[in-house]
Design a protein around this ligand. Structure first.
Ligand code: BGC
Length: 710
């Protein structure tokens, strides 16, 4: 990538070498004179520098580092879209620079920025290389807004599609979320900013989020919810990990030593620092002993009064406080914060064309063609198109900390008109007057209806219909049905942050899920509808056929909880694992998404270290295939329920007509392992391991076995 600042990866940075952006070397260090301040010597390791600095700090200076403290970056600033989300002032006396932090996972939420497609669209791309570019774009823009740290990516595995933050994560599969999250982090950190993967450990709903008590068994924790965090640390080398809201098995997330001390640091070897989500800290002593390094947005608990008292009382050891300071300083040294000038806030004035290109490519790469009857798509130069629905003029987005105010936006209506050219008559109706919209549809060769949902932080959706909870949106399901009745060539473009019910699906010819497509979404959509680009997306979430089919639906003890307590009694049966095990047929399964060409699969070869398959483009156009590897693991004993299929590999290949390629899905012993609660370890059960290659979790095209099968 042309904007990578340094060849040294964040891995090297955290392993000890300083990560100093190229071009910064000649500029003055903020640390000061290395003779008087030996911790400013860049030839020493971050650990050594930290030791030297720590020895010179007063207790107040140490405690000051343990929270955000800038009034504009604090509780008020965090909600102002023009300010940093948080700021730590550093220690000017000793050359410790301030630390500026911003949201978030879909782009920078601080003034205007490039609005990338929502992370769920990135997930639909099934493309770690694109995730790296996405993270790189967010990192680059965060840096050019003067930040050292960006709060993203969000890798919380989706438990219920009613979750208001569905759009901001990577969907319902841990393996997919893990690979994308780690790549996102690498991309962001290559730009010289720290990432903050969030929200450890389990964060599954907005309802009662600040006080929710979650009961999750150890196996489910390990096999589902922790997987992306583990990858963020071991593969992504994330600088920071944000702990979340709520209580897991009795412990507040930011005070949970069993996760933060034992698993994160002890098992995964994390050496960065742990900031809290805003207002997630409840008790200074519990947080200090439980592994929290930095309280955000201000030191309501991590302040001089409470922490000094705790040390005096002996409830928190001085070494524990020092350890938190050490984690923060070591990470700042490792990322070169001391050794470069502050990043300037100059994003508005500089060339953002690379960001725009990434935004468009992610949108195209994630556009998911759910249905295409009679080859309605790609459009074959229709004489007239009726474009219906407000989202054609303004792309939908989610709200909350993953919202971005775009620099500019390309509307689908304009982009379609440009692409269609003078030979096509385009009429537009916003859909507010259904009769009028239906009349426009009747008079056109093709009707394209845009439909959206409303989603964002703070609230869960109360149902999964398009109109749910938002009367202003009008009756979109009714409008689609009426347009479909009036025009046999109706295509629906969904701009939703996650699954919605599609009761009209059988009555329309085409359905494209465009997600929240970001500021370049209009162009991407026009290119996909006209076949300039193959729809690259596959579903990272199952679309249920009925409200009650969704995971954790219809059981209040599971969701939204009773007396602010939810029990994850579905265990590992999350997402498609739930539908598969229950034998429920979804409207559109996980992994589904059509191409404009067709593919053949053959030559399955199975071993314990890799599965191989040959993919051939059997159609007449160049197109993209996303073969997916699922394993069905044997159960070690009665009571250990195994999902029929678990995603363990995927690939994205673009092939010309007639072209073939051999795809390899690498496997490790972990791919075959379950979490054994008796021994607190990963174990491989003996027996028959079923190997399936599919074009979705429900369309298996090659199957084999490994192990002892009858
Ligand atoms: C969100 C975090 C976000 C923080 C700062 C919280 O409400 O849960 O994801 O990073 O606010 O804006």
């Amino acid at each position: 990538m042309r904007r990578v600042l340094t060849a040294a990866g964040a891995a090297a940075a955290l392993a000890g070498a300083a990560l100093v952006p190229a071009g910064a070397a000649a500029a003055p260090s903020r640390c000061g004179d290395p003779v008087q301040r030996p911790w400013c010597r860049t030839d020493l390791t971050p650990d050594r520098r930290t030791t030297l600095l720590l020895a010179r700090m007063t207790e107040d200076e140490k405690i000051g580092l343990l929270s955000s403290d800038d009034p504009l970056g604090g509780p008020l600033g965090g909600f102002m879209e023009t300010a940093h989300a948080d700021t730590n002032a550093g220690v000017p006396r000793l050359g410790v620079p301030p630390l500026y932090m911003t949201d978030g996972p879909a782009g920078v939420r601080q003034g205007r920025a490039t609005a990338l497609p929502a992370p769920i669209a990135l997930a639909a791309g099934f493309d770690p290389a694109l995730a790296r570019r996405y993270g790189g774009t967010v990192g680059w823009e965060a840096r050019h807004r003067g930040n050292d740290l960006v709060f993203g990516p969000t890798v919380d595995v989706l438990r219920t599609p009613r979750n208001g933050r569905t759009f901001e994560g990577f969907g319902e599969d841990p393996h997919l979320s893990a690979g994308l999250g780690a790549s996102w982090i690498r991309g962001a950190q290559e730009q010289g900013v720290m990432a903050s993967v969030k929200h450890l450990a389990v964060y599954a709903q907005e309802t009662d989020r600040l006080s929710l008590s979650m009961r999750v068994d150890a196996r489910t924790l390990r096999e589902i919810y922790l997987v992306p965090f583990e990858a963020a640390v071991t593969q992504g080398r994330t600088a920071t990990v944000m702990c979340g809201f709520g209580r897991l098995n009795g412990r507040w997330a930011c005070e949970d030593g069993s996760v933060l001390n034992r698993i994160l640091r002890g098992e995964w070897g994390f050496t960065g620092f742990v900031p809290s989500d805003h207002t997630a800290v409840h008790d200074a002593v519990a947080a200090a002993n439980g592994g929290l390094d930095m309280e955000l947005p201000i030191g309501m608990k991590y302040n001089a009064f409470l922490l000094k008292r705790a040390v005096r009382d002996g409830t928190v050891a001085q070494a524990t406080v020092d350890g938190h300071v050490r984690n923060i300083l070591r990470t700042m040294f490792a990322f070169g914060v001391f050794d470069r000038p502050a990043y300037a806030n100059d994003l508005t004035g500089i060339d953002r064309s690379a960001s725009e290109a990434t935004a468009r490519q992610v949108a195209e790469g994630g556009m998911t063609l759910l249905r295409n009857e009679g080859g309605i798509l790609p459009l074959a130069a229709p004489a007239s198109i009726a474009v219906i629905g407000r989202a054609a003029e303004q792309a939908q987005s989610g709200f909350g900390s993953a919202n971005v105010v775009p620099f500019t936006a390309v509307s689908a209506r304009d982009a379609l008109a440009r692409r269609a050219g003078a030979g096509t008559r385009i009429t537009y109706r916003d859909g507010g007057n259904a009769d009028d919209a239906v009349a426009a549809a009747r008079g056109a060769e093709v009707a394209i209806v845009f439909a959206t949902d409303a989603q964002g932080e703070f609230f869960d959706k109360s149902c999964l219909t398009l109109n749910c909870g938002d009367p202003l949106r009008g009756d979109q399901d009714g409008l689609i049905s009426r347009v479909a009745a009036a025009n046999p060539n109706t295509v629906v473009v969904l701009q939703t942050g996650g699954p919605v019910l599609t009761p009209w699906a059988g009555r329309v010819k085409g359905i494209v899920e465009a997600w929240y497509p970001g500021q370049q979404g209009g162009d991407a959509l026009a290119r996909v509808l006209y076949g300039d680009a193959d729809p690259g997306g596959r579903l990272p979430v199952t679309f249920p056929a009925a409200e009650g089919d969704a995971p954790a639906a219809g059981n209040p003890a599971q969701y939204p909880g009773v007396n602010k307590t939810t029990t994850f009694s579905e265990g590992v049966l999350v997402g498609y694992r739930h539908y598969d095990r229950k034998g429920l047929t979804p409207a559109f399964p996980f992994g589904h998404g059509l191409s404009y060409t067709t593919f053949g699969y053959g030559g399955l070869k199975v071993s314990s270290t890799a599965v191989q398959v040959t993919v051939t483009n059997t159609g007449a156009r160049t197109g993209t295939a996303v073969p997916q590897l699922y394993l069905g693991l044997p159960s070690p004993r009665a009571g250990v329920v195994q999902p029929p299929r678990q995603l363990k590999g995927y690939a994205k290949v673009t092939l010309a007509p007639g072209q073939s390629t051999r795809v390899t899905f690498p496997l490790t012993s972990r791919s075959f392992a379950y979490w054994d609660t008796a021994s607190d370890a990963w174990r491989v059960a003996p027996g028959c391991h079923r190997v399936m290659v599919g074009t979705s979790s429900r369309r298996i095209v090659q199957a084999g076995t490994l192990g002892t099968c009858r």
